[in-house]
Design a protein around this ligand. Sequence first.
Ligand SMILES: *Cc1c(COP(=O)(O)O)cnc(C)c1O
Length: 448
Amino acid sequence: MFDKEIFTLIDSETKRQRDGLELIPSENYVSRGVLDAMGSILTNKYSEGYPSFDGLTEYTDAQLGAEILPDKRYYGGQENTDRVERLAIARACRLFGADHANVQPHSGAQANNAVYNAWLELGDTVFGMDLGHGGHLTHGAPVTQSAQIYNFIRYGIDPETGEFDYDEIEKIAIKEQPKIILVGYSAYARVPDFAKFAAIGKKIPGCLLMADMAHVAGLIVGGVHPNPFDYGFHVVTTTTHKTLRGPRGGLILSKGVVGNPLKKPEKTLENIPTLIDRSVFPGTQGGPLMHVIAAKAVSFHEALQPEFKDYAAQIVKNAGVLADELKKRGFKLVTGGTSNHLILADVMSSFGIHGGIAEKALDDIGLTLNKNAIPNDPEPPFRPSGIRLGTPAITTRGLKEKDMVKLAEWILAAIENRENPEKLAKLRAEVAKFARQFPLPSDKKEGI
Ligand SMILES: *Cc1c(COP(=O)(O)O)cnc(C)c1O
């Protein structure tokens, strides 16, 4: 049956993506292979439970795709799904240098909640980054379910330097004895000192060191951002759809002993992989999305290729040039610049407008980004002072340093001409003409 309404909307979204440039730092464009896997008949299958993964990281992809191992599933007919999930797990472990991966979380939020549920008791304390300073909603914002279950306390940054006050963080941590120290952010343009966080965590008995690397996972596996596991972190959670460039979904990586998820292990840091498996299923989720897990495996395979390193390095180069070009044009940047893929600009102090106005002006010319609070924002959350933008998606499209100059010009022109519809229409046509020179990766023929 032809569903005209939905077909038309998807078609028009495809045009919007082709004719515009995506500057939202949490978005990306997936490959044909990732799309193919997501649209596959694996969606028909129920696979509650887990495939066997004893010694899995020792296996080659060919072995993982060929051998049938005993599984821990609740339904039959798993000979293909088991192999798909084992490939996803093994590739994820290789990418991040982890002992264990749970590839089943439906999203980044689900991944974080599963880790909390695996390690915490009711009312336990989690020490994470303030939402207003760049942390994420799932790190204990009062509107979330986890904030009602656990006790979240927060640290922030110095907005000028972007530095954390590690002495202050240590003082609070020693006093409050958190069960989790959480390092992770959605709007922070610098790189934290993981070694310092780890040193603080090691002073607190039973403290789990958790890094939520949703935004920078692709930079980590591309070798242009430190990997928290190299500094003694126990768990890394991430989304798979941001810089990692896979399907929409979540992923939990951990260090420790990989055990049988059917047997409840003792609650120790060493047993965290098994505690996490039990927490994802049956703790917080039902059946895994096997089509999405297949797409995750495809994206992990892509991320293991040498070209992925070039892509990751180019994201950071592009962001650095874009930040400089914006500064030259009067944009005041939080932390004065960027060391990763994202930029936070204070448009209120730069141009006297709130972030929503800039977001709308840029939307009008086909550049998509989002309004965002800045640290210690004097404006209310629904009318924040800043905008957040980033370079992962445009780097995937193929844009290079010289294109960042043009982009900065357009961004300023849109803000300056925000009340001039004719000029905005002209700029929009210019952006579309330019964007069409860079096809979406999924427009290419070759899939899986
Ligand atoms: C995006 C993000 C998440 C949540 O991911 P969803 O898939 O939208 O649930 C969690 N943590 C951080 C730091 C993020 O940036």
